[in-house]
Design a protein around this ligand. Structure first.
Ligand code: HEM
Length: 128
């Protein structure tokens, strides 16, 4: 099978790589004083499990996402584009640490970034 036929999920290293990414990613997010308060009282094991399914599905992997719709989960929590940009910054730093090649880095970051608007309570801020 040529590399163009493989899913992004396979190209970045499959379940082990994605699970490692999620773990490191949330370690970074929870160490960010501006993001950590959002995750108070959130069962992190369950969140990591849902995020593993979500990432896997977003990268065309085998998992089916069984969590709640992204918009429904995030709306009303006061998440602004400032928070999203910090969150995405941690994601990029984590992906760089796991170091797939440049194309895969961009693809992965782009796939997750597609959902950014759905988590915001200030979606119009970017158009000012
Ligand atoms: C592209 C950006 C994002 C994606 C794709 C995403 C995805 C997800 C997913 C899949 C879940 C699990 C849903 C479930 O358990 O049914 C979740 C939960 C959660 N997310 Fe996000 N998220 C994003 C951004 C953010 C940001 C920026 C914050 C806050 C700064 C945030 C805070 C939370 C919290 C607090 C939960 C747990 C909700 C709960 O279980 O009560 N998320 N997110």
């Amino acid at each position: 099978m040529s590399s163009t036929q493989k899913s992004l999920y396979e190209r970045v290293g499959g379940e082990i790589a994605v699970a490692m990414l999620i773990d490191r990613f949330y370690d970074r997010v929870l160490n960010d004083a501006q993001l950590e308060p959002f995750f108070k009282n959130v069962p992190m094991d369950k969140l990591r499990e849902m995020q593993l399914e979500f990432f896997s599905a977003a990268l065309d992997g085998p998992a089916h996402y069984s969590g709640r719709p992204i918009e429904q989960v995030h709306k009303g929590r006061g998440i602004t584009s400032h928070h999203l940009s910090r969150f995405m910054g941690h994601l990029l730093a984590t992906i760089e640490f796991v170091h797939p090649n440049e194309r895969e880095k961009q693809e992965m970051y782009g796939r997750i970034g597609l959902y950014g608007d759905a988590v915001l309570d200030d979606p119009l801020e970017g158009s000012e």
